[in-house]
Write a protein that binds this ligand. Structure first.
Ligand SMILES: Cc1cc2nc3c(=O)[nH]c(=O)nc-3n(C[C@H](O)[C@H](O)[C@H](O)COP(=O)(O)O)c2cc1C
Length: 150
């Protein structure tokens, strides 16, 4: 089993970089963490806690590297049985209605799968924050006790 699976959706590498820094930080806290940029359902099932860090592309769309996996979650619908999850979305508020659309879709899907949300969806706005890790890492740090509660 993996303590925490970080599922990353990224087009230009920003979310990927944040995910790798998050992995490093969680490993320093003694956790077993894997980053998945081309995840399978098994990766999802074998992670005891799920963290998504995803940008938004197109018009509120999930990045191509996660598209197939999200479709697979929707079609096979693996119930999470209260498994803890958290979702951070990287977006840009100048996109208006589609701001952080991918992260929102993912958060809603994990709720439908009956996961246990540990925090509200975290929006990281590229208009306000040039270094998304400065928002995501502190947010994730304060979730560690809940992410690791058995
Ligand atoms: C072609 C394109 C489309 C985008 N569409 C959206 C969008 O619909 N909503 C949003 O919030 N951000 C949108 N963004 C902004 C990205 O999500 C944001 O720049 C993010 O930091 C990119 O992270 P990444 O490098 O991990 O892909 C878009 C960016 C590009 C270049």
């Amino acid at each position: 089993m993996i303590d925490i699976g970080i599922f990353v959706g990224s087009v230009y590498g920003n979310a990927q970089q944040v995910a790798e820094q998050a992995q490093q930080m969680l490993i320093e806290h003694g956790l077993q963490v894997q980053v998945f940029d081309d995840p399978s359902l098994d990766d999802f099932k074998q992670s005891q806690a799920i963290v998504f860090i995803s940008s938004t592309t197109g018009q509120g769309d999930v990045p191509p590297n996660l598209e197939f996996f999200i479709d697979e979650l929707r079609s096979s619908f693996p119930l999470m049985d209260n498994k803890p999850f958290a979702v951070a979305g990287l977006g840009d508020s100048s996109y208006g209605d589609t701001y952080c659309g991918a992260g929102r879709q993912i958060y809603a899907l994990l709720e439908e799968l009956q996961g246990n949300p540990l925090a509200d969806f975290l929006e990281v706005d590229a208009c306000e924050t040039l270094e998304p890790e400065t928002v995501v890492l502190p947010w994730l740090t304060q979730l560690i006790p809940q992410l690791t509660a058995k």
